[in-house]
Design a protein around this ligand. Structure first.
Ligand SMILES: Cc1cc2nc3c(=O)[nH]c(=O)nc-3n(C[C@H](O)[C@H](O)[C@H](O)COP(=O)(O)OP(=O)(O)OC[C@H]3O[C@@H](n4cnc5c(N)ncnc54)[C@H](O)[C@@H]3O)c2cc1C
Length: 500
């Protein structure tokens, strides 16, 4: 039965030691009455806007500065939300083309209306970003639209989007300036034919041939969108595997699934150059280990080789905030930088570059500033690739557990044996549970299935409470649900599944 408790660990922020730099506390007091803020947040993404709302809810006088003109950061404007909108729309088109008939739903023809698809995405984005402005008003967060730069550790000069300038003062300043696309040497992103994820979310035509450089989550999601809409997609990856952070066994099944969807992979391959020639783009490739060069033509090339922290023009040098070689701001377990009163959260600090991690950082950071305790465990941040099937995971992969020398058991259950998955004819995938042999404590859960991104949270909660596989196996799950596959995989871990 359960051998841990979240409540016991609540009074701490568990950032792996590899992410930490400073071990002293540097928060300042609070403002009283003046125009000075208790908290100033630079950046209105998931880290920044959540920190600002939480700070205001804790009674702190708060201002958030955002240069984009809309709130929500990368995530809402050019990341999570528009990509999921297009993934959903393109999945519906693909289903209409390939699956509806077998469910007895027939059309005489199905076609893509790309402008309408893009308009639906833009509507979702606009509604959500405006919603955050509403939340700022409701919680009395002061919102300044403009580019912030440090004048001192407690003063930020803002060049406003209207063309003016204002100074915002704060006892505590949180840097939440996020990240930007990582470019590759010798390659110019024009957002038309050589695009970043931002351009790939706004193409005006379906490319005949799309080459994706980088087989990470973003590259595979965007490759899926355009592949479903009709592009011939080739993914070029320097490493020997797609998504290296994924559990190896699940990754192999995932790659096979994407290949069945006609996505091509060129692994262990280096992009030497990318040249625009007339209407097309020519890529020169080479084996990662060196060797004979080949060429590949595309209408559009998506550069998806990762993201880098964004601190340009912020004036970090001026106040002496320390960064690492990758440009990430170094913080301690309370999100404090080396400069007293200056904090950092989200993509701009070490750790997984994910929206939900940025949000957790934001809440914990302001809780520390307010003299309370915060809680984030970077080892239990779930990761989801929103392709079809989705792949979701939390905790350790089998490779990681092996490397740690831990004795472990694995329990697996295929969705082919799950009644709900069979009923809806969407049974591709597997649940894999990894537990410590001696204690049965769950160390990692990996799910590949439709809606895996929703199913994973039962496992996230289980790991947070230090649950055993028997805890999940003995928990009554509603029937018929996809979640029963996790229960069965848990049964397979400590004993035997029923339906296999
Ligand atoms: C295509 C794509 C898909 C993604 N999908 C997912 C997903 O499905 N799930 C997930 O968890 N994550 C996803 N991500 C990652 C996610 O978007 C980021 O991890 C998240 O947005 C980070 O939040 P943040 O608040 O740290 O930074 P950001 O969201 O980058 O926000 C930072 C904000 O700060 C502003 N800013 C920067 N400098 C200044 C300044 N000097 N003054 C004022 N404002 C400034 C920027 O304009 C920006 O709005 C995706 C990213 C991309 C690109």
């Amino acid at each position: 039965m359960a051998i841990g408790s979240l409540a016991r660990r609540k009074a701490s922020t568990i950032l792996s030691s590899r992410y930490l730099k400073y071990s002293f506390s540097v928060s300042r007091g609070f403002a009283s009455g003046s125009d000075e803020n208790d908290v100033v947040v630079i950046g209105g993404g998931p880290g920044g806007y959540v920190a600002a709302i939480k700070a205001a809810q804790l009674g702190l006088k708060t201002t958030c500065i955002e240069k984009r003109g809309t709130l929500g950061g990368t995530c809402l404007n050019v990341g999570c939300i528009p990509s999921k909108a297009l993934l959903h729309s393109s999945h519906m088109y693909h289903e209409a083309q390939h699956s509806f008939a077998s469910h007895g739903v027939k059309f005489s023809s199905v076609e893509v209306d790309l402008p309408a698809m893009m308009a639906q995405k833009d509507k979702a984005v606009a509604g959500l970003t405006r919603g955050i402005e509403g939340l700022f008003k409701k919680n009395k967060v002061n919102y300044v639209k403009g580019y912030g730069k440090f004048l001192s550790p407690s003063e930020v000069s803002v060049d406003t989007v209207e063309g003016g300038n204002t100074i915002v003062k704060g006892k505590n300043i949180i840097i939440a300036t996020g990240s930007d696309v990582k470019s590759l040497p010798g390659l110019t992103i024009d957002e038309k034919r050589i695009v970043s994820s931002t351009g790939a979310l706004a193409l005006t035509e379906i490319p005949k041939k799309l080459v994706v450089i980088g087989a990470g989550y973003i590259g595979l999601e965007m490759g899926s969108v355009w592949g479903r809409l009709g592009s011939e997609v080739t993914v070029v990856e320097f490493a020997s595997d797609i998504v290296p952070t994924m559990d190896g066994e699940v990754r192999k099944q995932f790659q096979r699934s994407l290949e069945k969807q006609k996505m091509k992979f060129m692994l262990k391959t280096k992009v030497v150059s990318v040249d625009t020639v007339g209407d097309s783009v020519k890529l020169t490739l080479e084996p990662a280990a060196g060797g004979e060069q080949t060429t590949l033509e595309a209408d559009v090339v998506l550069v998806s080789a990762g993201r880098v922290p964004f601190t340009s023009g912020l004036g970090l040098d001026k106040i002496g905030v320390e960064t690492d070689k990758a440009g990430r701001i170094l913080v301690n377990e309370r999100f404090a930088s080396n400069v007293p009163g200056v904090y950092a959260i989200g993509d701009v600090i070490p750790g997984p570059m994910l929206a939900h991690k940025a949000e957790e950082d934001g809440v914990a950071c302001v809780e520390f500033i307010a003299g309370k305790e915060g809680h984030v465990d970077y080892d239990l941040v779930p990761g989801v690739c929103y392709t079809h099937p989705e792949v979701a995971s939390v905790g350790k992969t089998e490779e990681q557990v092996k490397a740690l020398g831990v004795d472990y058991r694995v329990g697996k259950f295929p969705f082919l044996a799950n009644s709900r998955a069979k009923a809806i004819d969407d049974a591709e995938g597997i649940v894999k549970v990894i537990a410590e042999k001696g204690t049965d404590k769950i160390l990692g859960v990996h799910i590949m299935s439709s809606n895996a991104g929703e199913l994973i949270h039962e496992a996230v909660l289980a790991l947070n409470y230090g649950a055993s596989s028997e805890d999940i196996a003995r928990t009554c799950h509603a029937h018929p649900t996809m979640s029963e596959a996790l229960k069965e995989a848990a049964m397979a871990t400590y004993d035997k599944p029923i339906h296999m």
